[in-house]
Ligand binder design. Structure first.
Ligand code: 13P
Ligand code: SF4
Length: 312
């Protein structure tokens, strides 16, 4: 799509938003053209906080299904739209509610801490949620002798175990996008750019996180790049974040880590990239597809998310 067509669509989207009192929430991993039409772009925590407080009749969620579900759980009276129903998440898919119920029954003394990258059915079986922004604080805030089952990300869970010295039981799930980042690719970039700082999302494997000058959520990574005196950054998270990085810090250079064995190119989440200006426009126009959640599930999931939002 050319620049003119994009700006025509962006204008039509803006008009629909005004007429329908709709707002667009977008994650940093969506395409730059999508982030450009959003009212608010953020990490998973900021997006949940926004969804809970926003003044609008319609929330269009530019992201993947678990994010739109979280918005609906927190704003049940609003119409929540998800442009592509099939936009899923490998991490959320790695934890099935029936399997979690079975593991919980086998471990009745464990508290379930769930990364927000889970389905609403899984959240309904969860004691408290967390995001990569607050996971360390949430876990540190639990009594030291409390047994914990951490779901579904074995990489984020392992990182928290390492930082806190806890021995949480870890679900064996992972983000297939972040698992593509390799130690070899980062070491090669570091040789070519010795002054560059390495920023890594904790969904990456431990040998990758160990190379980080900074490891944290997408918002944490952005804040670190802003504060750091460094001029170059080697970026080990999904490519959509480069849009915000380059907009916010035009004088700094961001080098995406390519797939292992490739010299260039970015690692992208194809589910996040399913959201486009075209399907945002169609979704707002038709007010469909809409996220619908059965009330008994929603109310249980809300408890786990609200406990996270209220945690100090
Ligand atoms: P954050 O934006 O919370 O760091 O989440 C990363 C992610 O993988 C979202 O799908
Ligand atoms: Fe899920 Fe990974 Fe894509 Fe995030 S980047 S939505 S965790 S598959």
């Amino acid at each position: 799509m050319g620049g003119v067509e994009k700006s025509v669509l962006a204008d039509k989207i803006a008009e629909l938003k005004r007429n329908k009192r709709a707002i667009i929430l977008a994650h940093y991993y969506t395409d730059g053209s999508v982030q450009a039409v959003a009212d608010f772009v953020g990490d998973s925590l900021a997006l949940s906080q926004k969804a809970a407080t926003v003044d609008a009749d319609i929330i269009l969620f530019a992201g993947v299904r678990f994010m739109a579900e979280t918005a609906k759980v927190l704003s049940p009276d609003k119409k929540v739209l998800l442009p592509v129903v099939e936009a899923g998440c490998s991490l959320a898919d790695s934890c099935d509610a029936a399997e979690l119920a079975r593991v919980k029954a086998e471990n009745p003394d464990h508290l379930v801490v769930a990364y927000v990258n889970t389905s609403v059915e899984v959240k309904a079986l969860t004691d408290i949620c967390c995001t990569s922004s607050n996971a360390l604080d949430i876990v540190k805030g639990l009594p030291a002798d409390q047994k914990i089952l951490f779901i579904p990300d074995r990489n984020l869970g392992g990182y928290i175990n390492k930082c806190t010295g806890r021995e949480m039981k870890l679900w064996n799930g992972a983000c297939l996008v972040h698992e593509e980042f390799s130690k070899e690719a980062i070491v090669a970039l570091k040789e070519a750019h010795p002054e560059a700082k390495v920023v890594v999302h904790p969904e990456c494997r431990s040998e990758v996180v160990e190379l980080a000058d900074y490891a944290g959520s997408t918002a944490g990574i952005l804040a670190y790049c802003g504060k750091s005196d460094a001029e170059e950054f080697i970026v080990a998270t999904e490519s959509g974040i480069l849009y915000e990085m380059e907009m916010s810090y035009p004088n700094k250079r961001f080098i995406p880590v390519p797939k292992s064995g490739c010299n260039e190119g970015c690692i992208s989440c194809l589910d996040m990239k399913k959201v486009t200006l075209e399907n945002i426009y169609e979704t707002l126009l038709n007010e469909s597809p809409e996220v619908v959640i059965e009330e008994s599930i929603r109310a249980k999931a809300e408890g786990a998310i609200v406990r996270m939002l209220e945690a100090k």
